[in-house]
Design a protein around this ligand. Structure first.
Ligand code: AMP
Length: 183
């Protein structure tokens, strides 16, 4: 018996948790799981290292049905390229037994491979606002099917002056979606 049992997780997610060696949910995971799963908007305040990535990814992956569609259904915005890389790795470690396509979009590198990957399709897209905005404006990436938007480190994002890119991205998303913000 593992205290993640209260979440009633799918077998693939349970197996990933066993592989990761997690014994029990962190407080932020325990507090936000059911409300995120229910589809309500959530604002969470949690330090890095408290398990906030899994706090939003656990219920997100639990609720994500298999699909072959090209356009992403979950968009995670983070302020830096390092965080994109770290998040993609974390999500993949968690989703290793789930048939889900996780993709990172960030700047400072040749954008062509990322464009090609976007064209092949993704379920969960993790991105910094600038490069994501550029891909969306150039129609390479269509954001119309995003039904869950996560903004991680939203305070840092605003400090870095991403407000224009963020509001422009919001305007490209459908209004009926779940918004999850962590700071
Ligand atoms: P964060 O940056 O807040 O997402 O924290 C991430 C770190 O916490 C990662 O190293 C995870 O592997 C670890 N972590 C997340 N959830 C748990 C948990 N329930 N038990 C132990 N470690 C965890």
């Amino acid at each position: 018996m593992n205290s993640f049992d209260i979440f009633n997780l799918s077998k693939p997610l349970q197996n990933a948790i066993v592989d990761l060696g997690f014994e029990k949910p962190t407080p932020i995971q325990a507090e936000t799981f059911s409300v995120i799963l229910s589809g309500k908007d959530v604002v969470g305040i949690a330090q890095t290292g408290t398990g906030k990535t899994f706090a939003y990814m656990l219920p997100t992956l639990q609720g994500l049905k298999f699909s072959e569609q090209i356009t992403p259904r979950v968009l995670v915005l983070v302020p830096t390229r390092e965080l994109v890389i770290q998040m993609v790795e974390m999500i993949e470690s968690f989703a290793k037994y789930v048939n889900v396509r996780v993709l990172g979009v960030y700047g400072g590198v040749n954008i062509t491979p990322q464009k090609d990957a976007v064209a092949l399709g993704s379920d969960v897209l993790v991105a910094t606002p600038g490069p994501l905005f550029d891909l969306a404006v150039s129609q390479v990436l269509k954001l119309r099917d995003v039904n869950k938007l996560v903004i991680d480190e939203v305070d840092v994002m605003l400090d870095l002056g991403f407000i224009y890119q963020l509001t422009s991205i919001f305007n490209m998303l459908k209004p009926r979606r779940q918004n999850i913000m962590f700071s």
